[in-house]
Design a protein around this ligand. Structure first.
Ligand code: ZN
Length: 472
């Protein structure tokens, strides 16, 4: 028995040993392969998180505006450059809304760049989000974030995101709130925005007709990119959204005075501050009055001759001057004022204002206002648009009364001294405003007869500002 056991022993031992070795090897292989898998997974996720939060420099600074901080986020990776600026306040809801937009923009950019780099290792791109801050009243702020994204090739795009907040309550104000949640107000606003774009000479030829009509349909979502900048409500459109690239990213500026009735009361402007109200009439209401006006001067010879005739009849008149001519003849402008007449602004070089952009209109107005102020040390008190061409927007923007006329002598057309009086006589009425031009010799030559006749009829010669109260 002992011998047999002894004989079988080494075989069993050998077999057991072999089994153990095999099992151990199998287990080891399984463990090792599992670990290897695990390691791979860890390193892969490490890679992923690396691309998600690209190495960047984040800094937060306080700003000139109370409670508003500006965050700057600049990429440290030359291959995926970006520079981002955005606002943060003490309001979490607002902060989260801004951050959502920023992180979406960044992720989209980095993902697109990654894709491009898979195709082309040298692919370059850029993301730039700039911030403009516009305070309104005590505690309202508009934030305009302009995003310029370049993904290489021709994929260049400019788009805008805006936020409008009450910094006292922290709440965001939507276009619905601004327009009193009134669909009629939305329709009026939409029509104004569309009209403004169609009239805009700089982009008129670049507009995509169908896209423009769609983007200016009276839908709230069409008008949620807005800001109040100075005295205007501005609307932003993305590059290529409604016009070709040559038009850039269009902006529509509507004067608050134009859309004042559409706005919720806390955003309305005090209309009496927009234009000086005309004083109530103080003179005798039964008296006959007439306002003679002379446009397009001053002229070194004709204006002087007209001034002498007016003096002869102790008549006061109004001279609507061109800024470009005041620049040449400031002495004559001074003489007109010194002799008791009123001086009006008639634009810089006589364009049809309704064909210009609002900015160009205001440039015509402002340059002339400055030139007159410089010449006579006194501002022009009334404005007359060349050719009488004006509209509600222009009338609302010009800060002084816009005055047309009620009797046209057509002196510029007939250039005949004998025809001046008949034209006045045929259209004569009380409180009339008579249009003449102090650049035509025939007007100066026919004026004496006009004054003699009107005086005989009992008319008093007053300035435009003096007659306006009687014309209301
Ligand atoms: Zn004129």
């Amino acid at each position: 028995m002992q011998e047999r056991r002894k004989k079988r022993g080494p075989i069993i031992d050998f077999l057991l040993l072999g089994l153990i070795v095999t099992l151990t090897t199998v287990i080891l292989v399984i463990i090792l392969s599992k670990d290897e898998f695990k390691f791979q997974k860890i390193s892969a996720s490490k890679e992923e998180s690396k691309t998600e939060s690209v190495n960047s420099n984040l800094s937060t600074e306080s700003s000139a505006f109370p409670g508003i901080r500006i965050v700057t986020d600049v990429s440290n990776d030359k291959r995926t450059p970006f520079a981002i600026h955005y606002p943060q306040t003490d309001n979490k809801v607002f902060n989260d809304a801004v951050l959502q937009y920023i992180s979406d923009s960044k992720e989209n950019y980095l993902a697109s760049m990654k894709k491009n780099k898979d195709k082309d290792k040298e692919a370059m791109g850029e993301l730039n989000i700039s911030l403009e801050t516009f305070p309104y009243r005590e505690h309202y702020y508009s934030f305009v974030l302009t995003k310029m994204e370049y993904l290489g090739g021709a994929n260049h795009e400019v788009s805008t995101k805006t936020f409008f907040i009450n910094n006292e309550t922290g709440e965001q104000i939507t276009i619905q709130t601004l327009l009193q949640n009134d669909e009629n107000n939305l329709s009026t606003l939409a029509a104004n925005v569309r009209k403004d774009l169609q009239k805009n000479l700089q982009i008129k030829d670049e507009l995509f007709t169908d896209e423009l009509l769609k983007a200016t349909e009276p839908k709230w979502s069409n008008f949620n990119r807005f800001a109040i900048v100075d005295d205007s409500l501005q609307f932003y459109f993305n590059e290529y959204e409604i016009a070709s690239g040559a038009a850039g990213a269009p902006i529509v500026k509507l004067p608050l005075s134009l859309i004042n009735p559409l706005l919720a009361s806390e955003f309305q402007i005090a209309m009496e501050n927009v234009k000086p109200t005309n004083p109530p009439p103080t003179g005798d209401p039964n008296k006959k009055r007439i306002a003679l006006t002379f446009d397009d001067g001053p002229h070194p010879k004709v204006t002087e001759q007209i001034l002498n005739i007016l003096d002869k009849y102790h008549a006061k008149a109004t001279f609507f001057m061109l800024g470009s001519r005041v620049q040449y003849y400031p002495d004559i402008a001074r003489d007109v004022l010194a002799r008791g007449h009123e001086i009006g602004n008639h634009s810089w070089n006589h364009p049809v204002l309704t064909k210009l952009t609002q900015e160009q209109v205001m440039k015509e107005y402002n340059t002339t206002a400055n030139e007159i102020e410089k010449a006579i040390n006194h501002g022009a008190t009334v404005f007359r648009p060349p050719y009488g061409a004006t509209n509600d927007t222009i009338n609302a923007e010009i800060p002084i009364p816009v005055v047309l006329w009620s009797i046209d002598t057509l002196d510029w057309k007939h250039r005949n001294a004998q025809q001046l009086l008949p034209h006045v006589k045929n259209n004569l009425h009380n409180n009339a405003i008579v249009l003449m031009h102090d650049i035509h010799q025939s007007t100066a030559d026919g004026l004496d007869a006009v004054l003699a006749y009107l005086q005989e009829q009992g008319y008093e010669f007053v300035t435009v500002s003096e007659i306006l109260p009687y014309r209301q």
